[in-house]
Design a protein around this ligand. Structure first.
Ligand code: IPE
Ligand code: MG
Length: 233
């Protein structure tokens, strides 16, 4: 969800105003996803690198997260949104972590949209955590190293049980992955829009889905040859 700072700067406002406006986009986009039949929406809300921002900006982001949760859980239950998180939750401030745990348990029975917030998330850190867990099992003698496969890795990521993303939408025109879902994005289609996150709405989501639908996904396989595929013998 990139571009909040630029959105605020364009207006001569403090960065936090941009984050506040950005948090409004979340509900609109989540609703548009449900209308479009999307079952999994993962939002990169706070990266492991974002701690390097000024303390007041970090505190402001945590405040917005808590406010978002206290205001939206009732609506999530009305609409069938199941909340989850990926990232190193134990390093979040206590208040934010407790509010999150409550929201996750209060929405755990829902099944229309799986809304995952990536918080204190880093793709490399996720792979490191998975490798540590796997190494622990090997040391304990419960896992044979020869049996380690890409499924083993997937099953030890924060996203275990979730499908890999079909589509990655990158806002604000940046052409990079920025440590997001490094393992899971292997075959994901990427849609980059210049729209800043606070300006990103349902119409932009529909444009991204239309762009996705026009792609031919081959997953490393060859094109089907139209001549051999036809039956004009
Ligand atoms: C939001 O956008 C990212 C979050 C940490 C929520 P930015 O704050 O990175 O916005 P820009 O890149 O300065 O425009
Ligand atoms: Mg940014």
């Amino acid at each position: 969800m990139d571009g909040n700072g630029r959105w605020a700067r364009e207006r001569g406002w403090p960065r936090l105003k941009g984050h506040e406006q950005g948090s409004q986009s979340v509900e609109k986009v989540a609703n548009a996803c449900m209308d479009a039949g999307v079952e999994y929406l993962t939002l990169y809300a706070f990266s492991t690198e974002n701690w390097k921002r000024p303390a007041h900006e970090v505190a402001g982001l945590m405040f917005l997260l808590e406010r978002f949760l206290s205001e939206k859980v009732a609506m999530m239950n009305e609409k069938g949104v199941r909340l989850s998180t990926i990232g190193r939750m134990h390093e979040l401030p206590d208040a934010a972590r407790k509010r999150l745990e409550r929201a996750i348990s209060e929405t755990s029975h829902n099944n229309r949209l799986n809304l995952t917030l990536a918080l204190n998330y880093g793709g490399r850190e996720e792979i490191v955590d998975a490798v540590r867990a796997i190494a622990g099992e090997v040391r304990a003698g419960t896992l044979d190293p020869v049996k380690i496969s890409s499924e083993t890795l997937s099953d030890h990521l924060y996203t275990r049980g979730m499908p890999d993303p079909d589509l990655l939408i990158r806002t604000s025109g940046e052409m990079r992955i920025s440590n997001f879902l490094l393992w899971q994005l292997s075959y994901t289609e990427i849609h980059v829009t210049r729209k800043l996150w606070p300006d990103f709405g349902p119409a932009d989501l529909h444009a991204a889905i239309a762009d996705y639908s026009s792609r031919e996904r081959r997953f490393g396989e060859a094109h089907e040859n139209p001549i051999t595929a036809s039956s004009n013998s």
